[in-house]
Design a protein around this ligand. Structure first.
Ligand SMILES: [Zn+2]
Length: 261
């Protein structure tokens, strides 16, 4: 079994199991994470199978990323935008169209080459740190990436060093504190324990990010599309969607932070 929490504590309280994996809560800071038994494989980077999904559903993903950018534009409308973990580059492509000076860093070869080959987007084929990115950024986007990272503290620390004084940090993560995550536990579709090391709630995300010198200035939340569910289940999900929007506590959260120091 691996590792301590990002706060340094190793002791945990067990929540539930999901296949080979154990979902546990840190006794010190409350952050939930996946414990992976030795020898059980984990997936860190984009694979060819992930790339195929983007190619197949390009327009759907472009729409989702335009929504994310629309939200970002409430806070910043121009400047240098850097996406950490840019995947196949579709958010970057959409950001350029609306006038951002946009760059994406992506460590996986599969992502970088698909971005070029299928979408004509050049990504920087590197893992983000202040050693690999030296420019100031006005907007840094980490969208469904933080929950994968072995050391999210180091990444947020470097973001703080690189964001301009009036810049913003935009983080999208699955929300372990949502009603559906709580109800479905190991069956929740965003748990993905072979990929997700950290399972954030609004509270644990805010705590982690504010420790690096940020304060939250905006949040949006959504539930996943349930259009594929049987008709008789849809009214229930419609009610849950409404509650999620009122409480900003849906299955995915998108939070915007500014620097406090
Ligand atoms: Zn902890």
């Amino acid at each position: 079994m691996n590792t301590s929490c990002y706060c340094g504590q190793r002791r945990v309280a067990a929540l539930f199991s999901a296949g080979h994996y154990r979902i546990v809560r840190c006794v010190a800071c409350g952050q939930v994470r996946t414990l992976t038994p030795n020898k059980v494989p984990r997936t860190q980077e984009y694979t060819q199978a992930d790339v195929a999904v983007y190619i197949d559903k390009e327009q759907m993903f472009r729409g989702l990323f335009r929504d994310v950018l629309e939200f970002i534009r409430r806070f910043r409308t121009s400047g240098v935008l850097l996406e950490i973990g840019a995947g196949v580059g579709l958010l970057i492509d959409e950001a350029k169209k609306i006038g951002f000076d946009a760059y994406g860093m992506e460590p996986s070869i599969a992502g970088v080459s698909a971005a070029k080959q299928y979408f004509h987007v050049s990504l920087i084929p590197k893992t983000f740190s202040k050693k690999t990115w030296k420019k100031r950024a006005d907007v840094i986007v980490i969208n469904h990436v933080l929950e994968h990272l072995p050391d999210p503290v180091a990444v947020l620390h470097d973001c703080h060093a690189l964001i301009s004084p009036k810049g913003i940090l935009v983080i999208g993560v699955p929300n372990f504190g949502s009603v559906l995550a709580r109800a479905k536990k190991s069956r929740w579709q965003s748990l993905i324990p072979n990929q997700h090391r950290w399972h954030f709630t609004k509270h644990t995300l805010d705590t982690l990010v504010s420790m690096q010198g940020f304060r939250r200035i905006g949040i949006r939340s959504d539930n996943h599309d349930r259009g594929i569910h049987p008709v008789w289940k849809r009214p229930l999900y419609a009610i849950l969607d409404t509650i999620s929007q009122w409480t900003a506590n849906g299955e995915a959260i998108l939070a915007v932070y500014e620097k406090t120091s």
